[in-house]
Write a protein that binds this ligand. Structure first.
Ligand code: M6R
Length: 615
């Protein structure tokens, strides 16, 4: 989704903004632009394409001077990706310039009214309508920019994070947020604006995350004050000290963020359970759960809402909660849940899973569940994100920043948090004896080293990738706990290599997908020893007799599947309930290598955004 960067202070704004936009590239975009105030004029450059294209274009077309500027990466919603539709957008007078992430739903009626008043529009965007609405308010109400923004925003329906400045008042930038993220970095006599903290983390660790319906007038030499958009209530900003560091958001010697993040998983999983899992004391400590234990224990059922990879983590959790804690679970796509008038009561516990904590559909599902009186628990990675704030309680995954659009460490750390939660509830409900509990906790502690071992198959997986890199289709099969892993493996392949891939429960194959199998079809089968092994062996036989090519993920020392499959990747033995944390690793590596071999943009796949902040 769109990325926003802004700067006001004493440094050159241009390099900060361009570098910041590059840090936000992971969000997904199709065009980029920048507007700088050089002390006299606003210099604006924008282009379809990458930030690098913007850099090349701006160098030869505009002055790069100035200590005030705003920049944007656009992910098209209204209007095709082209130079004109890219942000920033001027108002008709040329005095105001704006960047916007989100959608103004009623822009057509506003555009019509403004057109009747003589306004003209060069782009097809809703954003150009908004900046002209602000200008119209400024004129008709004779108010300063901050007030004009506030009045205008009260007339729009939709979602936004905006930054706007006025050439007549070049010591301030006005920002506002509803539904899309916006952070303000606070330095010494300088301010930074961005969709997340990565563009400014090398300059300051102090940041304010705007809440929904908040705006701020960021003025040089003044303290930040937040204001409600609907009324004039003033809020004092909660200045957070960020823990993120520069190293975490750079590639650290890896060719791609995705590969770096795959390799970070042993550490990320450990960080997720560190301080929570106390195997020697037979304890799991999770503050957000401990404080709300009765809600969980008295729940009629747990409903998990999420999208994409996070939904797959929710499916794994369904197996864990039902199998180990004996709590009924439903797993819902947030986008469906929010619109289908679900039956929810105050005896339901909702778990919302989201890496970014900003996914619009998941946020809407949370709001709906809260309105119906349910207790909502969040599992997020990004600290201070909208979902983390909207939920009644929660647990962070502590994966560290995930920059690659394809989620990897987010998935395994989400499963880790959900496993801890399920085990804790199982223990509280008396589903485990002390010794069983101790055994499973001890096994969880071995997972980082097992993931490390699984990563050692990288070279072998690269060879397998080379064999199948040109296949047009691929099937992924798994059973039980590993059915969601098959779904996730297929999602990883299709999103970064653009190969059509499907995940299925292995036993469902004979109800349809088996018709697809011939000598051209690679089938990735998760066939580990624990969990329906003999059944999976039969499924593999069925594929083999139709000449499908079998890539099997097996337990170390496996003989039976090894004899049948065309390729095997061995992973260390684990209990069935913890196996998704390990079986997913070879699938991530396979999709990574295939995408690299197909010259695909691994970290920024076409059409995709890291956090989907529009519905
Ligand atoms: O930030 P979220 O976890 O809420 O994002 C949900 C999906 O957009 C996300 O999991 C997406 O499917 C993955 N990036 C795909 O790898």
């Amino acid at each position: 989704m769109c990325g926003i960067v802004g700067y006001i202070g004493y440094r050159d704004a241009y390099p900060i903004i361009v570098k910041g936009l590059q840090r936000l590239e992971y969000r997904g975009y199709d065009s980029a632009g920048i507007a700088l105030y050089d002390g006299t004029d606003i210099n604006l450059s924008k282009t379809k394409g990458k930030v690098e294209d913007l850099r090349n274009k701006s160098k030869s077309t505009i002055s790069l001077e100035g200590n005030l500027g705003i920049g944007h990466t656009r992910w098209a919603t209204h209007g095709v990706p082209n130079d004109v539709n890219s942000h920033p957008h001027y108002s008709n007078s040329g005095d105001l310039v704006i960047i916007h992430n989100g959608i103004i739903e009623n822009y057509e009626s506003i555009k019509k009214a403004l057109t009747e008043r003589g306004y003209t529009f060069t782009s097809d965007t809703d954003t150009e309508v908004l900046v002209n609405l602000i200008e119209e308010v400024q004129k008709t109400e004779d108010v300063m920019l901050g007030q004009a923004v506030q009045i205008a925003l009260n007339q729009v329906v939709g979602a936004y994070a905006i930054a706007v400045f006025d050439i007549k008042k070049p010591d301030e930038i006005v920002v506002a947020k509803l539904g899309s993220p916006l952070a303000i970095g606070i330095g010494e006599n300088e301010f930074f604006i961005a969709s997340d903290a990565s563009p400014f983390i090398e300059f300051t660790n102090n940041a304010v995350y705007l809440k929904d319906e908040e705006m701020a007038i960021i003025r040089l030499g003044k303290e930040i004050k937040l204001r409600k958009i609907q009324n004039d209530a003033v809020a004092y900003p909660n200045i957070l000290e960020l823990q993120m560091n520069l190293e975490e958001i750079e590639k650290g010697g890896y060719d791609h963020f995705m590969l770096k993040e795959i390799y970070e998983q042993p550490r990320a999983i450990l960080d997720t359970y560190r301080g929570r899992l106390l195997a020697d004391q037979g304890l799991i400590k999770m503050a957000g759960v401990d404080q709300n234990l009765e809600k969980f224990l008295n729940a009629n059922r747990i409903i998990i809402v999420a999208c994409g990879t996070s939904w797959h983590a929710g499916l794994v959790a369904e197996y864990i909660f039902e199998d180990l804690a004996r709590i009924p679970v439903e797993v819902e796509y947030a986008s469906e849940f929010r619109y289908r008038n679900p039956v929810i009561t105050d005896k339901d516990v909702i778990i919302a899973i989201s890496q970014s904590g900003e996914t619009a559909d998941t946020l809407a599902a949370i709001k709906l569940a809260k309105e119906k009186g349910a207790f909502v628990f969040g599992v997020c990675n990004v600290v201070g994100s909208s979902i983390a704030r909207e939920t009644d309680a929660g647990a962070y995954t502590h994966a560290g920043p995930e920059i690659g659009v394809a989620s990897t460490k987010a998935f395994t750390t989400q499963i880790t948090v959900l496993t801890l939660l399920a085990l804790k509830l199982a223990k509280e409900k008396g589903e485990f004896s002390e010794s069983q509990f101790h055994e499973v906790l001890t096994e969880l502690e071995t997972i980082p080293s097992k993931v490390k071992k699984a990563l050692e198959s990288n070279a072998l997986i690269e060879i397998i990738a080379d064999v199948y890199k040109d296949s047009p289709n691929c099937l992924y099969l798994g059973r039980g706990y590993n059915f969601p892993v098959a779904l996730e493996g297929a999602l990883k392949l299709k999103e970064i290599s653009y190969i059509h891939a499907e995940g299925y429960p292995a036993a469902e194959m004979k109800h349809g997908p088996i018709a697809l199998i011939d000598e051209q079809m690679p089938v990735v089968v998760i066939a580990t020893k624990k969990g329906h092994y003999e059944k999976i062996v039969s499924n593999i036989q069925e594929i083999k007799s139709r000449k499908g090519k079998i890539i099997a993920i097996v337990t170390e020392g496996d003989e039976q599947v090894t004899q049948l499959a065309d390729h095997v990747v061995e992973i260390p033995e684990t209990s069935e309930s913890l196996s998704p944390l390990v079986t997913t690793i070879p699938l991530q590596l396979l999709s990574y290598h295939i995408a690299v071999m197909r010259n695909c943009n691994v970290d920024q796949p076409r059409n995709l955004a890291k956090s989907v902040t529009v519905e």
